[in-house]
Ligand binder design. Structure first.
Ligand code: IMP
Ligand code: MG
Length: 176
């Protein structure tokens, strides 16, 4: 089996869309400070580039989640494996995620972060696979809606690899 990558979203298209999102977010939050929360590891490239396009006072923090064992898709139980460094109480929180698939990760995260009393909480995802949704999530900003295909690059991995690709690719396995 040979792994063949084909480009789904080019580096140029990513850049253009992120500039637009940054402008939209800057308008929507005018006069406010934004606390960006990056969901590691997949969201890291997107958050770094998005933050540079936001023309407001921005602070950043990181958290990492994982499923209990491999039960994420069946049980929907998500565990925080690296928590935030700072309190989010009274802050305008914007969660920055790489991709929303079933919606379980984000729906769980929003639920627990709301208990920490942020002033507001919104979600910005680079990619969305709406066909795959199992749990309802209110997503405020979407970079690109994509078909139900496994994608990688620009933060997204396949077995921890390919995160450094500067574009989003679809992987196809071919016999050769
Ligand atoms: P959800 O809880 O099903 O919405 O899962 C979202 C998480 O699954 C993302 O944060 C990714 O880490 C991972 N994921 C979902 N689809 C893909 C994909 O196509 N490529 C790489 N990771 C993915
Ligand atoms: Mg992720």
């Amino acid at each position: 089996m040979k792994e063949v990558l084909s480009t789904l979203i080019s580096a140029k298209a990513l850049k253009e869309r992120i500039v637009q999102l940054g402008k939209q977010i800057s308008d929507d939050y005018k006069g406010k400070e934004i606390h960006l929360i990056c969901v590691l590891k997949g969201g890291v490239m997107f958050m770094v580039d998005l933050a540079k396009e936001i023309d407001l006072m921005v602070t950043i923090d990181f958290l990492a989640v994982s499923s209990y064992g491999n039960a994420l898709s069946s049980s929907g139980i998500v565990k925080i494996v690296k928590d935030l460094d700072e309190s989010i109480e009274g802050k305008h929180v914007l969660i920055v995620e790489d991709i929303i698939d079933s919606g379980r990760t984000l729906s769980y995260l929003v639920q627990i972060l709301k208990e920490r009393k942020p002033e507001s909480i919104k979600i910005c995802t680079l990619l969305d696979k709406p066909e795959r949704r199992l749990v309802e999530v209110d997503v405020d900003y979407v970079g690109f809606a994509i078909p139900d295909k496994f994608v990688l690059g620009y933060g997204l991995d396949y077995a921890q690899k390919y995160r450094n690709l500067p574009y989003i690719a679809v992987m196809e396995e071919t016999r050769e």
